[in-house]
Ligand binder design. Structure first.
Ligand SMILES: [Zn+2]
Length: 343
């Protein structure tokens, strides 16, 4: 997985902007800055995960480094564009969080020092260099201070592209030295185009969009994880709860216990989300996390009292907690949840 990410980051396909969905105004603004050669030396791409910030940063890097750009956009065919696409550009540097042992992913000071050494050397293709810092909020303090020094006295003709999904975790002094490029969640139309481009079957797109809050990355991850079938299973189980007999509890328990622990935890996560939607309906709210299941959830909410829905949500939370923190038998946890929730 880590390797895949590395390849993805280092390779910029020709026509890089074409891969960025939505964000039309942002795209136009950045292209204009590039074509008028007014792009500041540091840009901060900030917004939710999975909306295209990194692709946009890479597209800007491609346009900045391109030897023959048109209106600020990369030509896709020059030596620079081809080297970027191949992941071999000598004047493009990507700094990505690293995981060492069991520690959390972070950008360390050694990486910033290495990058500073690299940008101190003369560029090969033109007078320009570009540096991408992905998940910039994972810089530890030492790394952030080292980067701050670089941003305070930037090397000539070098563009720094910081990408973050958590701007508030960055040093304010770093933020203040960058031009902010804000990204909003994608709208449904842009989401649909991304899902179509990734060959997600049409009948699944609406549900994935409903579940992923405008993040194409999240929607594609849910699709890859086959999350919709798990959620459907949780919904169908919920609908059967009022008529559960000991035999059906036994068979549902056997079926779910065959899932691996991670998937079972995910199943409980959906069960809890669905029950919270049921509680929201009972409180008169129309804002549902599973809006695409609205009819089914309203129908189910009519079959039980708020006390019972509340108790079921509590039991699901407790079962998920024990599943992730103890060696309790998954099968017993599932059966116990079904029996208590169905009461
Ligand atoms: Zn080019």
């Amino acid at each position: 997985m880590a390797e895949e990410k590395e390849v993805f980051v280092l390779c910029v396909q020709p026509g890089a902007w074409a891969a960025v969905e939505g964000h039309g105004k942002t795209r136009a603004r950045l292209a204009r800055l590039l074509s008028e050669k007014r792009v500041p030396h540091a840009l901060l791409f900030s917004g939710p995960q999975g909306v295209g910030k990194k692709q946009a940063a890479l597209a800007v890097a491609a346009g900045f480094l391109c030897l023959n750009p048109k209106d600020g956009l990369a030509c896709g065919v020059c030596e620079s564009c081809r080297a970027l696409a191949a992941g071999t550009h000598p004047d493009f540097f990507a700094v990505l969080p690293e995981t060492s042992g069991k520690t959390v992913r972070s950008i360390k000071i050694e990486q910033i020092r290495e990058m500073r050494g690299a940008v101190a050397r003369a560029p090969k293709f033109s007078t320009r260099r570009a540096v991408l810092l992905d998940d910039a909020e994972t810089m530890n303090d030492a790394a952030a201070n080292a980067l701050l020094k670089t941003l305070e006295e930037p090397p000539g003709d070098t563009l720094f592209l910081l990408v973050t999904g958590a701007r508030q975790a960055l040093l304010p002094t770093i933020v203040s030295r960058c031009m902010l490029v804000p990204f909003a969640p994608l709208d449904d139309e842009a989401m649909t185009r991304v899902l179509a481009a990734h060959d997600v079957p049409e009948e699944l797109r609406g549900s994935l969009i409903a579940l992923s809050g405008g993040s194409a990355g999240r929607a594609l991850q849910l699709f890859a994880d086959d999350a919709l079938s798990l959620r459907e299973d949780a919904m169908a189980t919920l609908e059967k709860l009022p008529q559960m007999t000991p035999e059906t509890v036994f068979s549902v328990g056997a079926r779910l216990a065959a899932l691996d622990r991670e998937r079972l935890l995910e199943w409980f996560r959906y069960m809890r989300m669905l029950l919270r939607d049921v509680l929201a309906i009972m409180e008169g709210s129309a804002m549902l996390m599973n809006g695409d299941f609205s009819d089914r959830l309203f129908a189910f909410a009519g079959t039980l009292t708020a006390d019972r829905a509340f108790a079921a949500e509590r039991e699901a939370t407790e079962a998920a907690r024990r599943l992730s923190t103890s060696n309790a038998s998954p099968r017993l946890l599932i059966e116990s949840f079904l029996l208590k929730a169905g009461k």
